[in-house]
Design a protein around this ligand. Structure first.
Ligand SMILES: O=P(O)(O)OC[C@H]1O[C@](O)(CO)[C@@H](O)[C@@H]1O
Length: 466
């Protein structure tokens, strides 16, 4: 981190902390405990429940958690047909993984823009990873634009206008191959690509879908699109670790080997059946205890704008998994300190319905030094020479104290070492294990989403679908 104490004379400075696992070497490599180019296992997510005001004894849950863990592993739990994510870091198709890298390189070589066409789990994870790892304004990266996630005619029309003068590739993603928002946008995109590139269009379109079901697979085969398979035993909201996420993530220039390594290490780090040794399960149990204490809302807090889509991804993962059988905690999110100036008042003084789960990041991607100013007209020289990330962390500390001590709001703290692809993979396993356990503790099936079908039925009737 950069600290420059010379008041008045220091100018705005950028200190690149690090970007991806591959870019770290020398001193920083040492500082982060890297071994053979990989972060050592000690650098996992950590969990702090000392601000959570838990009123039940954790150990009361030990046996139940161990039993449910066994059921998850033996595939005897509810929804066990969809537990492929648990061992995916070992089982994934290596030949397909190599194809993903090749396709990503081709996309990067021939396009300015990649359009990712998908919704829910077929969109959120890729966007979460790309924004978290690259930041929101990455230099020299392919631009990734998202379609197929809305019926908004204005949005669709403006994106199509924007694409007109750019070189474009498209990745259409749908596990079912029948999702209406995605199918509607893809028809428009397909026609655009055919008009723009003629018989070369098919070479720029990639389809990620079920190996057999739905309309997308046969269409892709007939048109000659390269296809990637979404495994049968991994549901949409767990699918960012499959070609669903991996192709767009790789096309965005991100190291997917490191992502899979992080996922793999997470299998061990969050793999213990013993509650005392598994932070993902302790988080799961803390949520259940807080639910028993009457908290119906979990506010997922980040202090990095590039993490906002991680929150959106987390909301689907937790909401679709747990919100059933009349149970569950409503997952919501805030981006602090921005939202302290809007929702902060409610969190501090409003009805006590919520607890906060903070996802802290130890190392920012980039730090900057706050500049001094001889005139000091804005009276900001007290920060001159200080790290802006340090100021962000002081804001987090002050917020925690205010919400916890004065507001009486329970706070869970999860700390991530940094925002690399390794961290993303590792974080996936943490939240996957946590939500599977927390939902099983409610007696619900973590892996289905029957409630989502109800709006679809109504919509199809209103749209006149046969
Ligand atoms: O990949 P698909 O089948 O298009 O589904 C997209 C999303 O829609 C849902 O099925 C809900 O409708 C999610 O579970 C899923 O992630």
């Amino acid at each position: 981190m950069v600290h420059d104490s010379r008041l008045g004379s220091c100018r705005f400075r950028i200190c690149r902390v690090f970007h991806s696992v591959h870019e770290i070497d020398g001193e920083e490599n040492m500082a982060y405990n890297f071994k053979d180019g990989r972060r050592e296992k000690t650098d996992m997510l950590t969990l702090d429940l000392s601000h959570a005001f838990l009123k039940e004894d954790f150990h009361d849950y030990r046996e139940e958690v161990a039993k449910l863990d066994e059921a998850l592993r033996n595939k005897t739990c509810k929804g066990s047909d969809f537990t492929g994510w648990m061992t995916w870091a070992n089982d994934y198709d290596k030949e397909e993984f190599a194809r993903i890298k090749k396709a990503a390189e081709k996309i990067r070589n021939e396009s300015d823009v990649l359009v990712v066409c998908g919704i829910g789990g077929s969109y959120l994870g890729a966007r979460a990873a790309i924004e978290m790892i690259n930041g929101l304004y990455p230099a020299k990266q392919i631009e990734v634009i998202y379609m197929g996630n809305t019926f908004s005619s204005t949005y669709i029309a403006q994106v199509m206008e924007y694409l007109k003068d750019r070189e474009v590739s498209v990745n259409v993603i749908s596990k079912s191959g029948t999702t209406t928002e995605t199918a509607l946008a893809f028809r428009i995109l397909k026609q655009f690509m055919e008009d723009k590139y003629g018989d070369q269009a098919a070479g720029r379109i990639y389809a990620t879908t079920d190996k057999a079901r739905g309309a997308l697979k046969p269409m892709a085969d007939e048109e000659g699109y390269e296809t990637f398979v979404i495994p049968d035993d991994i549901g949409g909201r767990f699918s960012v670790i499959t070609p669903v996420g991996l192709l767009p993530i790789a096309a965005a220039g991100i190291d997917i080997d490191a992502l899979m390594q992080g996922l793999h290490d997470g299998m061990g780090e969050y793999g213990d059946a013993d509650l005392d040794k598994n932070p993902a399960y302790r988080y799961a149990v803390a949520r259940r205890i807080l639910q028993h204490q009457g908290y119906d809302v979990e506010l997922f807090v980040n202090y990095e704008p590039q993490m906002a889509m991680v929150s959106e991804w987390w909301k689907q993962l937790f909401g679709e998994s747990e919100g059933k059988d009349g149970l569950g905690i409503l997952p919501d999110s805030v981006n602090y300190s921005t939202d302290l100036h809007s929702l902060g008042q409610f969190v501090q003084d409003g009805k006590k319905v919520l607890f906060e789960t903070n996802l802290y990041v130890e190392q920012p991607m980039i730090d900057i030094t706050f500049p001094g100013d001889d005139k000091n007209a804005d009276k900001m020289n007290y920060l001159a020479g200080k790290s802006v990330d340090w100021a962000n962390k002081m804001a987090a500390k002050g917020t925690l104290m205010a919400h916890e001590e004065t507001g009486g709001v329970p706070n869970i703290i999860i700390t991530m070492p940094s925002m690399t692809s390794y961290d993303f993979g590792n974080m996936c396993m943490f939240f996957f294990k946590a939500i599977a356990m927390t939902t099983l503790l409610n007696g619900s099936n973590p892996f289905n989403q029957p409630g989502v079908e109800v709006y679809k039925k109504n919509m199809f009737r209103l749209l006149g679908k046969e």
